[in-house]
Design a protein around this ligand. Structure first.
Ligand SMILES: *[C@@H]1O[C@H](CO)[C@@H](O)[C@H](O)[C@H]1NC(C)=O
Ligand SMILES: *[C@@H]1O[C@H](CO)[C@@H](O)[C@H](O)[C@H]1NC(C)=O
Ligand SMILES: *[C@@H]1O[C@H](CO)[C@@H](O)[C@H](O)[C@H]1NC(C)=O
Ligand SMILES: *[C@@H]1O[C@H](CO)[C@@H](O)[C@H](O)[C@H]1NC(C)=O
Length: 391
């Protein structure tokens, strides 16, 4: 806090002593224009203005976005040290230690994605930047939602408040990247993000909901997972993932895991260091990875951790198998957090659970004409990377 105030004062002195009033107002005006794109414009303005020694006097939209990402990055480091303190303060308290360690892990992921955001922006890859910053924010929020189960000491409470401000800064950076993607450098056009809730769908490019880019042909399997014993294969999917080499691009750029027909009851994690992992099953409904973790039923569980298959590493692909979470109900996250902005959509579901009569009021059916927004091409730009051999 002290540094913030100091740099703010310093900025004022500097401006008063050495620059004409017009430059100062241009500077502030540009920040305010860009902040129009955010959900939290006031916080956006105050944080950016107090940080603006890092900005040139005539900042471009990219300068302002860069500055907001660097603020997020700086505060993530501070949050990290606060989590270190929690880890020390609660040594021996297994529940809290697990939550704190979970936070430190996702912070590492968040840090990685934040750096990639800056790099993607500098190369003009705005869609990538959006995906990376969105991941960075989701990881930060994941820590918050785990920590709220341990929120009964001053130290945790302070950390949670700090995380509140961090996620606001990261959300603002993301919103500005979104406006930059949609409207370019003309900040007059920038506006707060809209979602499907507001009837807004991203342009999906082709407008076609087809099969999308297919997996590269002739993938050679590196390892096999099966249910038979003594078959020379791994018994769990996780063991096979653990066998993938770390941080390297393997032969042909992929590490291919053939998962034979069967039901695998486990929670699988592909960590950040395992890249280009491919799961090939024996068919939808034949190879099934299943779990039942749920935030509603397990104290300390977070949405991110409840996923049956969770992937943090780049270049992951999967084909011909089913991922299942049999727990599958929808609960409010925390009070009314997000209920007015999130979009829980479903399309053409069948089977048990597809009956709509008992849906929560804030879930929606995706209109058929917008379903291509969620295609591999439209949603994750598959055409750009599915056939690239490595990362
Ligand atoms: C944003 O920051 C990155 C790295 O810090 C730098 O390479 C890039 O030139 C910056 N872009 C702008 C527009 O300031
Ligand atoms: C954490 O605890 C403090 C103090 O009791 C409370 O004011 C705050 O709302 C709590 N935060 C959450 C997210 O539960
Ligand atoms: C915005 O302007 C910068 C130059 O200031 C340019 O490099 C960049 O490509 C422009 N961005 C878009 C999306 O047109
Ligand atoms: C959905 O559930 C309701 C109430 O349980 C039932 O009356 C209705 O027939 C069901 N619809 C279908 C298509 O199964």
């Amino acid at each position: 806090m002290a540094t913030t105030t100091l740099s703010f004062l310093f900025l004022f002195f500097f401006l008063l002593l050495s620059t004409p009033h017009t430059t100062h107002s241009t500077h502030i005006h540009r920040i305010n224009q860009a902040c129009k794109a955010t959900r939290f414009p006031l916080q956006c303005q105050t944080t950016l203005i107090s940080h603006s020694l890092h900005l040139p006097f005539n900042p471009t939209p990219l300068h302002i976005i860069n500055s907001s990402i660097s603020l997020s990055s700086r505060n993530l480091k501070i949050a990290n040290s606060m989590l270190d303190s929690i880890l020390q303060a609660f040594a021996g308290d297994h529940g809290r230690i697990a939550i704190a360690k979970g936070c430190l892990q996702v912070f590492q992921y968040s840090h990685h994605r934040t750096s990639l955001t800056v790099e993607a922006l500098s190369r003009g890859r705005i869609k990538d930047a959006r995906a990376f910053m969105s991941a960075a924010l989701a990881y930060q929020y994941n820590c918050w939602s785990g920590l709220k189960y341990a929120n009964d000491t001053e130290l945790v409470f302070k950390t949670m408040s700090f995380l509140d401000s961090l996620t606001i800064i990261s959300s603002n950076a993301l919103s500005m990247i979104v406006s930059y993607d949609l409207f370019g450098n003309d900040t007059d056009l920038w506006r707060p993000p809209r979602t499907e809730r507001d009837g807004f769908w991203e342009d999906s490019g082709s407008g076609v909901f087809g099969p999308g880019p297919s997996l590269p042909a002739n993938l050679m399997q590196d390892v096999t997972v099966c249910k038979e014993t003594g078959g020379g294969c791994y018994g769990t999917v996780q063991e096979a993932v653990d066998a993938a080499p770390d941080n390297v691009d393997v032969g042909g750029g992929k590490f291919v895991i053939h998962i034979k027909e069967g039901v695998y009851e486990e929670r699988v994690r592909v960590p950040l260091r395992k890249k280009n992992v491919v799961f090939l099953g024996d068919g939808i409904g034949k190879t099934v990875i299943t779990g039942s973790a749920s935030v509603g039923l397990t104290v300390g569980m977070t949405t991110y951790n409840s996923a049956t298959v969770g992937v943090a590493g780049d270049g992951f692909m999967a084909k011909d198998l089913t991922f299942e979470n049999t727990a599958e109900g929808w609960l409010p996250w925390s009070g009314d957090v997000g209920l007015n902005t999130l979009y829980y959509g479903e399309f053409d579901n069948s089977g048990p659970g597809s009956n709509l009569t008992k849906r929560v009021s804030w879930s929606s059916q995706v209109p058929a004409e917008h379903v291509s927004t969620y295609s591999v091409q439209g949603f994750i730009q598959g055409d750009d990377w599915v056939h690239r051999s490595s990362y």
